[in-house]
Design a protein around this ligand. Structure first.
Ligand SMILES: [Zn+2]
Length: 511
């Protein structure tokens, strides 16, 4: 009897010790690969970071998925173990050696983790490598092999993911961005952390259902802030209010990857209720399918669009260069709109072209020097011929800029490389026509791309923007009008311009 209190005391430290927080590895290998683009994406194209624990606090300040994961880990009690964070601007398929090096590095770091209760993978979902048409699934397979069948894996995908049964089977919960432009990336990161906390402590047992309506959801209709997609996305938010539903995702898909999983997808993850998951996924897929009659393409070509922009009463008019959508994996040096603006003698325009050679020429001429050079159309044969531009070098820049607001993807720091601004001949000083020449392909998701160069975008008449939906988050607040232009290029909006051999058939929207 007398010894009992002692025994209790001996056990007390165990009883009152706080339960340890689940340790969760975080990895990102993110690429949207345009399988029609012959230019391979190499290791040098990837921005690779391996942040330490000390870096996480700073990363939490941003708007991207990682910021959400870090802040969610704080809220829901996870201990993060960052591994590799790698991402590259969309381009052609990822070269085998790059894919192998990245995945090996990430998996090795995960194996080295002192303990692990879960993995969050931030993958685009439309990555194609030379060896794997569904490269994201291959990444999850290798992570699964490394961590075993029981450890929970949560996958975050971009809205443009092409999702397959295979990847859904390999992970526990897969969720996608809801918004396009992608302004909800931080929110999705937090959601992933919340789900992981429930998974790692055994509070939920997820089951998932995937339904793919047999269609292409053309990129020009993938604006989630407008019909026909807005009500579908709204419905996923409503479903997630139901505590039985962990995540309800609608991905628009990425039409420039000729792979079996190409096209829109619905994934619903519930807590142990496969019928509910299947039923709601089917219902959301039916909603997508029902919108198909609103998906008729009828857009002006470059000549018509430039004419409309010149005739517009007020600017700025944004000409969305759909065929050279840098964020969709095109070259970034298309000249169709530039040639047309010069031909029709438009005024007060801004065109941005990736052309390191022309930048070097501007540097040789120095500021105020005269400039007479053929620009653009140099990467491949899909984006027009080089166009002769005459003018003077207005300014030269290092090409760095910072975006404080939540814009597409949540990225804050950008570099377009050494950059030259050319004032084109016949320009009026109060509203010059300006050619921006960059040394790196950069998706135009931030107005600071121009502001940092001393350009006031809201004062210009015409802004040519190489994108589709993504730039809208930045440009809609200042644009009087946005004209989507059916330009040629590796992201041409009409699927009939491409030869598909691997996609499922039939697909509505594809001949
Ligand atoms: Zn995307």
């Amino acid at each position: 009897m007398g010894r009992k209190p002692l025994l209790l005391l001996a056990f007390l430290p165990v009883l009152i010790a706080p339960s340890r927080r689940p340790a969760v590895a975080v990895g990102r290998i993110s690429h949207e690969s345009n399988s029609f683009n012959p230019a391979r994406t190499t290791l040098a194209d990837f921005d690779r970071r391996t942040p330490g624990l000390a870096d996480l606090e700073r990363l939490a300040e941003g708007h991207d998925t990682l910021a959400g994961i870090v802040s969610g880990a704080g809220k829901y009690g996870l201990e993060l173990y960052p591994t590799l964070l790698a991402a590259a601007t969309p381009k052609g398929p990822v070269a085998t050696e790059a894919f192998e090096a990245l995945v090996e590095d990430m998996v090795r770091r995960m194996r080295q983790a002192p303990r692990l209760d879960g993995v969050i993978l931030d993958l685009h979902g439309a990555m194609v490598s030379e060896a794997y048409p569904h490269a994201d699934a291959e990444i999850v397979r290798r992570v699964r092999d490394a961590v075993g069948p029981k450890l929970p894996i949560v996958v975050i995908h971009d809205f443009h993911a092409n999702i397959s049964e295979e990847i859904v089977r390999l992970c526990d919960v897969l969720l996608t961005y809801k918004e396009n432009p992608h302004i909800d990336t931080r929110e999705r990161g937090e959601q992933a952390a919340r789900i992981m906390a429930a998974l790692a402590t055994g509070r939920v047992r997820p089951v998932q259902a995937l339904v793919k309506p047999p269609m292409i959801y053309n990129i020009v209709f993938q604006n989630t802030r407008r019909p026909p997609l807005a009500p579908v996305v709204e419905e996923t938010r409503r479903l997630e209010q139901d505590p039985r539903i962990l995540a309800a995702s609608v991905a628009g898909g990425y039409q420039y990857a000729d792979v079996e999983a190409m096209g829109p997808s619905v994934v619903v993850a519930t807590d142990g209720d496969p019928d509910l998951a299947r039923r709601e996924a089917q219902r959301l897929a039916d909603m997508l399918w029902e919108t198909r009659k609103q998906l008729t393409l009828k857009l002006p070509d470059a000549a018509q669009a430039v004419r409309q922009a010149i005739e517009a009463e007020a600017g700025p008019v944004v000409l969305m260069d759909l065929g050279d959508n840098v964020g969709g994996g095109s070259a970034g040096d298309s000249t169709f709109l530039l040639a047309e603006l010069l031909k029709q003698r438009a005024r007060g325009w801004v065109v941005t072209i990736f052309d390191p050679e022309a930048v070097q020429e501007a540097v040789r001429r120095t500021v105020n020097g005269s400039f007479d050079f053929a620009v653009g159309g140099k990467t491949d044969r899909f984006h027009g011929d080089p166009v002769r531009v005459q003018g003077r070098v207005r300014s030269l820049h290092d090409g760095f800029y910072f975006e404080p607001e939540a814009r597409h993807g949540g990225q804050r720091y950008f570099s377009q490389g050494l950059t030259a601004v050319i004032a084109v001949e016949e320009s009026r000083p109060e509203q010059p026509s300006l050619l921006v020449l960059t040394s790196r392909r950069t998706s135009p998701n931030s107005l600071h791309q121009l502001i940092s160069l001393g350009i006031y975008p809201e004062r210009q008449r015409i802004l040519a923007v190489k994108g589709a939906i993504a730039p809208r988050a930045a440009y809609e607040p200042i644009a009087r009008r946005i004209i989507e232009v059916d330009t040629p290029g590796l992201t041409a909006v009409n699927p009939a311009r491409f030869r598909y051999t691997r996609v499922r058939r039939p697909l509505f929207g594809l001949q």
